[in-house]
Design a binder for this molecule. Structure first.
Ligand SMILES: CC(C)(COP(=O)(O)OP(=O)(O)OC[C@H]1O[C@@H](n2cnc3c(N)ncnc32)[C@H](O)[C@@H]1OP(=O)(O)O)[C@@H](O)C(=O)NCCC(=O)NCCS
Length: 175
């Protein structure tokens, strides 16, 4: 497996990175994902119950470094347009951010979603979250579609961003 070097230091041994699609319900992942969430946001996104539901009925991807979970991406399939997937949340453990890993992780997630026939990926991102927006827009070409001024009743503005994946001749998605 390819080893990934966080710095250019030749002293580093690098890490074995792997993006995984979690395709079975593993309750032991719940505290791991919960901790990652609480390290990221002052107000938790999940409870054990919503994580359990996402594991069983949504789709969670993880990125591991030498076998340890360092990031997670939580996906839902759109009820109205089943070819569309919503990335509900994506986060890396704090010390692993800013080294290009979010970009690699998202590429792995997009590749896997595309292989399943996903035609569009949507997400909401805080308007002030410049790093995440840079990843979505600059690295992958996500387009800003709308601005929601108070989506979560926090007074914080969110952008709806979308990426249309290449058409393989399947059904039309609405604009
Ligand atoms: C968002 C997140 C997953 C991105 O992963 P990451 O590994 O930090 O991102 P990468 O290192 O792959 O890429 C970041 C890019 O943004 C750029 N960037 C960083 N800060 C920036 C800023 N303030 N303005 C513009 N661009 C910025 C970097 O320069 C880099 O681009 P480059 O490789 O061309 O230099 C990660 O930072 C994270 O977990 N953040 C906390 C949770 C979060 O905000 N999730 C998104 C919720 S929608």
């Amino acid at each position: 497996m390819e080893r990934y070097y966080l710095t250019r230091s030749t002293a580093s041994e690098g890490y074995a990175l792997e993006v995984q699609e979690v395709d079975r319900h593993d309750p032991l992942l719940i505290p791991v994902l919960n901790e990652l969430d609480l390290l990221t946001y002052s107000e938790g996104t999940f409870s054990r119950y919503t994580l359990g539901a996402l594991l069983r009925y949504g789709r969670i991807f993880t990125i591991t470094a030498d076998g340890l979970v360092i990031g997670a991406c939580h996906c839902l399939r759109s009820f109205d347009f089943p070819d569309e997937v919503v990335i509900f949340n994506m986060a890396l453990r704090p010390g692993w951010r800013g080294h290009g890993l979010g970009t690699r992780f998202l590429q792995g997630v997009i590749d896997r979603l595309q292989a399943r026939g996903t035609r569009r990926i949507s997400l909401l991102v805080g308007a002030q979250n410049h790093r995440a927006i840079a990843v979505y827009r600059t690295k992958f070409g996500f387009q800003h579609v709308s601005t929601y001024p108070n989506e979560y009743n926090t007074g914080q503005e969110y952008y709806l961003m979308r990426l249309d994946l290449p058409d393989d001749g399947g059904s039309e998605l609405p604009s």
